[in-house]
Structure formats: structure tokens, C-alpha cells
Ligand binder design. Structure first.
Ligand SMILES: [Mg+2]
Length: 455
């Protein structure tokens, strides 16, 4: 079953036929946080023609001060999504406008513009997103604990018993995803205790980003209904694997995947076209900069390390590399015609991450960059001298370093466009440096333990 309307008339028919009583007009800020107004269905026509108004400054980092005129969230009719657990309510993913003009700080608008530029060259970006999450609860003393107290194996990944104990929750999510027409094709217990992943089919980039926002909102809501907390935070526990949101990317032209090639015709055997390798070259060339967007929080960089959690591996990248079906690489080629970017984590704004990757990859295509030879090493154990001999560079170690790289990357500047007379990346960097500074001002228990009486 698909709920996807093509136009406003489809929306009116669906709202009437399905008995939808309320509509969320939803947009996101820089951090991907969904904000919305709830509009009764008898005002649907007003919503479609005039949108819903917001004091943008109150909603988060979306380029507004308290003195600015209303932000208007204009529904995209094709994004109508009926809440699976409350089918009399649906949401629209909206594009933000101010005084009738597209708002250049709106992340969905930034992606749409990047997609439109790619479309001028005939290209369409498709993405599949793998959103990992933890299922937790707040203990009586206020601390966080796993929702499932029996989930204690050192290597819990794929544990059938843990998946069975949580069947009630993951089955509800699975049925919801499939009911939305997205097709859940697998659910697994992930590498950390209390961690799950539930996959849905890839789609065009804008659709997948709209779905990623809704998926996080849905999983968190369904968990809250059970008194639980679902979190997509990149690294909630120092000793456990973090939450990735790997993007599987392909580029299409006239309905054909232009990354695809028969592996037998590919000297490297991966099944990527020359254009696909150039796209990989572009991703590698800009990874140090775009990781500020694909892994955009202070916490993100605690996931992007080699050091082993209790399960044995972080499964996250630390180096700029690509390779075969090898999960120690930043870019994995899991099969012909597809690139998996493993930098992306659960805290990303998917619209901004997709924009960064599209523009980085297309820069590689425009410049005819080559990807170099694929790496087949276990990068978690390769020693420094071997790594250096192979010319493999390291990703930024923290958010501050990542913003410095982003600041210096002109392709990324152009990718996100101008907003309020400056480059959007400068606004992004300003907000992220404030976040970095606030974290840096904390005095942690580790510092007290280490330094209090060292001298
Ligand atoms: Mg996974």
C-alpha cells in the first residue's frame, strides 16, 4: 500500500477517504529537529495555499532572530504521511518560506536546490538510510539503563533471543514502516546491547530524508508510549558501539543507475562505473569537510574511533578510504552500483548530509577525479607506518577540527548556498562552534579523576 499522493487533489481525497482529522505542518531546523503545528482538516485548503506560520527564532537554528517576520511552512503534498499509530493524523514535510520567498536556511530547501542543480545535468540522487537506535529507560535514580535488562552479551549483534524479547516493539515499528509503503525488509539486533536497526527501501534523496525525519520521530514516539526512550544519539555509551545512519548512495540518469557496471567489466571488480569511481574520488576529497555535516555533534566524534568497545569493533570509520565489502572503510562498496558512506550518524540532519555528499561526489565527477585503488586492509589493525605508506589520511578527530576543514572547503560553501548575505556553511560553523565551546566548558569526571591530585 502506498500513501503517496501526487498533488493537492490527491491530498484532499486521501484526507477525506481516510478520515484524517488533523495535519502536522512539519519542518526541521539545522539539527534535524522536527517542529510542527497541528492543523484541523477543515483548514486543509488554507494550509495548502497559505502554509502554517511560525516564530522561527523559537524553533531552533534556522536563521531567524526574534525580530524577524513569520516563517511559513508550506506543505509538500507528496510527503503526506499518515501516523501509523494514530491514523486520524497525518504530517506534511514542509518547505519554509519568508515573505513569499524560499528561506535559504531551510535544510529541506537547501537539499531541493542541490538536487535541482544536479537535475540540470540529468542526475537524480537516490539514498537508502540505515538508522540505528538504542532502546533505553530512565531508572528511578535518573540514570539511563537498557530497556532490556537481560541484554548483556559481550557480542549481542544478531542475538536471536534479544531480538525475540523485543519483538513486540520492533514488530510494531516494522509493520508501521511497511504500512507506510516504505517496505521494511529486515530488522536486527545491532552490535551494542540495546541497539536495533530496521531497514526500509531506498528512494530518491528527498523522499528518504523526509522518511528519516519521520522514522526518528515515530520510533521515539512509540518508545515513549511504552515509557521507554529511543535514541539515535551517536555514542550514548563509551563502552558500546554507536548509532550510525549509513547512507547508501546511487546516482541515476534517465532511470538508469550510472554507478552500475558489471563487475566482470570493472578491472577493480567492484561493479562501479568510471563515473562512480569519480564520485568516490569526490567524496574522499571532501570527506574531512563534509563530516562536519554528516557527523555534526560533539558526541559524533566519540563514535568515529578505532578503539574497541566491548563487542570488539566500533564499525565506524576513522580514515579516508574506500574498499570492497569491508566495514572498516569509510566508503564501502557492498555491491555493484552503490556506495555506502559510513561517516553518517544518527544525529545528522539528513537533508544537509545528502546535500554535502551529492555536491562532494559531483565535484569528483566534474573534475574527473579517480578514487585510487580500493583498500582491502582491516583498517582497525593496520599500523600507522603501513597506513601512511598507503597514503591513507585520518578524518577530523573532533567537531572543532571538522568545522575548520569545512570552513576551508569552497565546494561545500557553494553546495549549501548563500543565506542572509553569508554562506550557509559560515552560519552552520558558528552554531557548531558554540556547541563545541559549551561542551568544552564542562569539567568531566575523567578530568577530576585524572588531574585533581596528579600534581
Ligand atoms: Mg548497522
Amino acid at each position: 500500500m502506498s500513501n503517496a499522493p501526487q498533488n493537492e487533489d490527491d491530498v484532499r481525497r486521501i484526507v477525506r477517504d481516510k478520515g484524517i482529522e488533523f495535519l502536522f505542518a512539519q519542518f526541521v531546523d539545522m539539527h534535524g529537529k522536527p517542529s510542527a503545528k497541528l492543523v484541523p482538516a477543515h483548514h486543509l485548503d488554507d494550509l495548502l495555499s497559505d502554509g502554517a506560520g511560525f516564530a522561527g527564532f523559537a524553533a531552533g537554528d534556522i536563521g531567524q532572530g526574534p525580530d524577524d517576520p513569520d516563517m511559513i511552512a508550506m506543505p509538500d503534498p507528496t510527503s503526506l504521511t499518515i501516523l501509523p499509530w494514530q491514523p486520524n493524523v497525518a504530517r506534511f514535510a514542509c518547505n519554509v518560506t519568508v515573505e513569499g520567498e524560499e528561506w535559504p536556511f531551510c535544510p529541506r530547501t537547501i537539499l531541493r536546490r542541490a538536487l535541482a542543480r544536479a537535475a540540470e545535468q540529468g542526475y537524480e540522487l537516490k539514498i537508502g538510510a540505515e538508522l540505528e537506535y538504542f532502546l533505553l529507560r530512565r531508572a528511578a535514580d535518573g540514570s539511563l539503563e537498557l530497556a532490556d535488562p537481560l541484554d548483556t552479551l559481550d557480542q549481542p549483534c544478531y542475538d536471536m533471543r534479544a531480538l525475540t524479547r523485543n519483538l513486540d516493539f520492533v514488530a510494531e515499528v516494522s509493520k508501521a514502516v511497511t504500512g507506510l509503503g516504505w517496505d521494511n525488509y529486515a530488522t536486527d539486533h545491532e552490535d551494542a546491547n540495546g541497539q536495533f536497526e530496521q531497514n526500509f527501501q531506498f528512494a530518491d534523496a528527498l523522499t528518504t530524508c523526509d522518511r528519516a525525519i519521520f522514522f526518528r520521530y515515530m520510533v521515539e514516539t512509540l518508545a515513549q508510549q511504552r515509557g521507554l526512550i529511543a535514541t539515535f544519539m551517536p555514542k550514548p555509551f563509551a563502552d558500546k558501539t554507536g548509532n550510525g545512519c549509513h547512507f547508501h548512495i546511487s546516482l541515476w540518469k534517465d532511470g538508469v543507475n550510472v554507478f552500475d557496471r558489471d563487475p566482470a567489466d570493472d578491472p577493480r571488480g567492484l561493479g562501479l562505473s568510471d563515473l562512480g569511481y569519480s564520485f568516490v574520488g569526490g567524496l574522499k576529497a571532501h570527506a574531512k569537510a563534509y563530516i562536519a555535516v554528516s557527523a555534526p555533534t560533539v558526541n559524533s566524534y566519540k563514535r568515529l574511533v578505532v578503539g574497541a568497545p566491548t563487542s570488539g569493533a566500533t564499525w565506524a570509520p576513522a580514515y579516508i578510504s574506500y574498499g570492497y565489502n569491508n566495514r572498516t572503510q569509510m566508503l564501502r562498496i557492498p555491491g555493484p552500483g552503490r556506495i555506502e558512506d559510513r561517516t553518517v550518524d544518527g544525529s545528522c540532519n539528513p537533508y544537509l548530509a545528502a546535500t554535502a555528499m551529492l555536491c562532494a561526489g559531483l565535484d569528483g565527477v566534474a573534475r574527473g577525479l579517480d578514487a585510487g585503488e580500493p583498500n582491502s586492509s582491516n583498517l582497525y589493525t593496520l599500523d600507522v607506518s603501513d597506513r601512511e605508506a598507503q597514503g591513507i589520511e585520518t578524518l577530523p578527530a573532533n567537531l572543532l577540527d571538522a568545522t575548520r576543514e569545512l570552513e576551508a572547503d569552497d565546494v561545500m560553501r557553494e553546495a549549501f548556498g548563500k543565506a542572509g548575505g553569508v554562506d550557509y556553511v559560515d552560519y552552520f560553523i558558528k552554531v557548531k562552534r558554540r556547541e563545541w565551546q559549551a561542551a568544552h566548558e564542562q569539567i568531566t569526571q575523567w578530568e577530576l579523576d585524572r588531574y585533581l591530585q596528579l600534581y
